[in-house]
Design a protein around this ligand. Structure first.
Ligand SMILES: Cc1cc2nc3c(=O)[nH]c(=O)nc-3n(C[C@H](O)[C@H](O)[C@H](O)COP(=O)(O)OP(=O)(O)OC[C@H]3O[C@@H](n4cnc5c(N)ncnc54)[C@H](O)[C@@H]3O)c2cc1C
Length: 565
């Protein structure tokens, strides 16, 4: 069979682009598929920064970085992966800088580093508060150079089915968004780098494209997802839009106040205060709001004492967002904020090189669960994960692809089957519009599987998801019957992905009878239970539903300790 690429990368955010660069530089012929133009990938929205123990502001070491990450993960992170991550992060930062990333600098001219939540030293490297924007531009420049050397980028191609033949992943079936039509793109190795799924929740910082496509494609191909119940709620998303206000605001010294003007974090985390880990701050805010001490369902992020100069130089993007979307100038008034769905710690189970259980298929970035973040991700660690593990997946995929011969099948049968399936979706005229189901999913997930998880609400959400899935699979109507830029079609497919993942999340969440990291059950299981639940949840899809099992956490040096804030 003639294969189009050695390595095929699905996704062109920071992870996908970093993986593609590495695979190309290792000698592979690389294709990159993205449903968006690469620079519109969600990585570009990242604000606050990227963590590496450079020690430019205060003493730091990869070991301290690793320990903070293990502790922040509530001991669910795999410690061998975390050590690799922390050790390799500084080299990757210098590589990005040499490629042209304009990071902010300190008075000595070194890369500046700001404090972030639950970090033992100020280690977040940043480019003002537009770090993701800077990184994505730099990586895209590198991609463009390699396009001149033969790399192919399939922009606005929507991947919707992995091709698995004889136990190997040999390509992916896509909908060509710009021209219409079902296309097969083949590769000897495939890397999933499709990002997160935050759009499953109504209030989220995630872009409309973050719908868990890669997670669901992997699940449907028979792969396990790991730690699916862990969804991070970020403490400072703006009211009412849900747009993120970076943790950098608290890193620079911002306070959180309730409606009485009290700096309430003094009660919940007297040492770390606003820089406690995100799960702790989100729970504290939600407790204040639920107790009636909020303002319009929010609390207030106060930056006024930082002064205009600091806000204008260190946090200009946040000021602009607050002025545009909340009609508040943070130099003079506090910003209304509340917890919003932000980052998915769960993902496709893979090893430290991104290899999954299907030969030739890798995963990296937010779609993957290596696991660096365990039950709770530290701010600044995700961008770093995209680079460290994107690079490692690119290396491993190239090594594999350059050593194997292509499979025998040409994938045409899989393409033809997918074509009939899409045509069936387009031809269907009976049923509901997908957005009705999507809205109910988003609202109910927020209410029943949010910051706090109550047993009754979780049980009722299982029933809600079952009904939503029944309605969806009974047939949804795509009104746009055209082929060009048919968002109605792609959004309908994305909805199916989110429904499957939500079913897995609920099953694992109900079964995890403890509180750990972002999974908080204050009413029935308020404590962490290491004796029974220091283990990863593993979800498979069998027949028509999720099946749960468990896997040991990989420990190296750090035994679980009690959490103190
Ligand atoms: C508002 C915001 C601010 C953040 N700030 C920070 C920060 O300061 N520091 C930090 O460490 N982390 C931050 N994060 C988290 C971090 O930005 C993300 O976890 C990370 O950028 C994800 O990168 P990714 O490459 O895995 O996915 P993405 O950047 O989401 O890229 C996914 C790619 O996959 C493609 N794709 C998806 N589905 C398909 C499909 N079906 N077919 C084809 N292509 C597909 C998309 O087009 C896109 O190119 C922030 C997150 C948000 C939401």
């Amino acid at each position: 069979m003639e294969v189009m690429h050695d390595v095929l990368v699905i996704g062109a955010g920071c992870t996908g682009m970093r993986a593609a660069i590495e695979a190309h530089d290792r000698g592979a012929n690389v294709g990159v598929i993205s449903k968006l133009h690469p620079t519109r990938s969600h990585s570009g929205a990242a604000e606050g920064g990227i963590n590496a123990a450079l020690g430019n502001t205060a003493a730091d070491s990869p070991e301290t970085h690793a320990f903070d990450t293990v502790k922040g993960s509530d001991y669910l992170g795999d410690q061998d992966a975390i050590e690799i991550f922390a050790n390799e992060a500084p080299g990757d930062i210098y590589q990005l800088e040499h490629w042209g990333a304009v990071f902010s600098r300190n008075a000595e001219g070194k890369l500046a580093q700001r404090p972030f939540g639950a970090a033992g030293s100020p280690r977040t490297v940043f480019a003002a508060d537009i770090t993701g924007h800077v990184l994505i531009q730099v990586l895209y420049e590198q991609l463009q150079k390699r396009m001149d050397e033969g790399m192919t980028v399939y922009e606005e191609f929507f991947a919707f089915r992995l091709v698995i033949e004889d136990g190997r992943c040999t390509g992916v079936i896509c909908w060509d968004i710009m021209n219409g039509g079902v296309e097969l793109i083949t590769g000897k190795a495939v890397i999933l780098a499709t990002g997160g799924q935050g759009r499953m929740f109504r209030a989220t910082t995630n872009a409309y494209a973050c719908t868990g496509d890669g997670l669901a494609m992997a699940l449907r191909a028979g792969l396990p997802l790991k730690d699916v119940e862990f969804m991070q709620f970020h403490p400072t998303t703006m009211y009412p839009s849900g747009i993120l206000i970076t943790e950098g605001c608290r890193g620079e010294g911002g306070y959180l106040l309730n409606k009485e003007g009290e700096r309430f974090m003094q009660r919940y985390a007297p040492n770390a205060l606003e820089l406690a880990s995100r799960d702790v701050v989100s729970r504290s805010e939600q407790t204040e709001i639920d107790a009636g001490r909020g303002v319009n369902g929010s609390v207030l992020l106060d930056l006024r004492h930082l002064g205009a100069e600091k806000i204008l130089t260190r946090l200009p993007g946040s000021r602009e967002l607050a002025m545009t979307y909340s009609n508040v100038d943070p130099i003079y008034e506090p910003i209304p904020v509340r917890p919003g769905a932000h980052y998915y710690m769960g993902g496709v189970e893979c090893d430290n090189w991104g290899r999954t259980q299907i030969e030739g298929l890798h995963a990296a970035g937010e779609v993957a669960c290596v696991s660096v973040h365990g039950a709770n991700r530290l701010g600044g660690n995700s961008l770093m994960e995209t680079i460290v593990f994107g690079r490692r997946a690119g290396y491993s995929a190239a090594e594999y692809a350059l050593a194997v011969t292509p499979g025998s099948s040409d994938g045409e049968a899989a393409r033809a089957d997918a074509d009939r399936w899409v045509q069936g979706l387009l031809d269907n005229t009976k049923g509901e519009r997908p957005w009705q189901i999507r809205d109910e999913l988003g609202q109910s997930m927020l209410e029943n599987f949010g910051v706090f998880r109550h047993p009754d609400k979780m049980n009722s959400q299982v029933g809600i998801i079952e009904k939503l899935r029944e309605r969806y699979y009974a047939g949804v109507v795509i009104e746009d019957k055209g082929r060009v830029f048919n968002n109605d079609l792609t959004q309908a497919i994305e909805l199916g992905y989110m429904l499957d993942i939500a079913a897995c999340m609920l099953q694992a969440g109900i079964a995890r009878k403890e509180s750990r990291g972002a999974h908080s059950r204050p009413h029935d299981f308020p404590d962490r239970d290491d004796a029974n639940f220091l283990k990863h949840s593993i979800s498979h899809w069998r027949d028509d539903g999720p099946v749960l099992s468990y896997q040991e956490v990989r420990m190296t040096r750090w035994e679980p300790m009690e959490r103190k804030y």
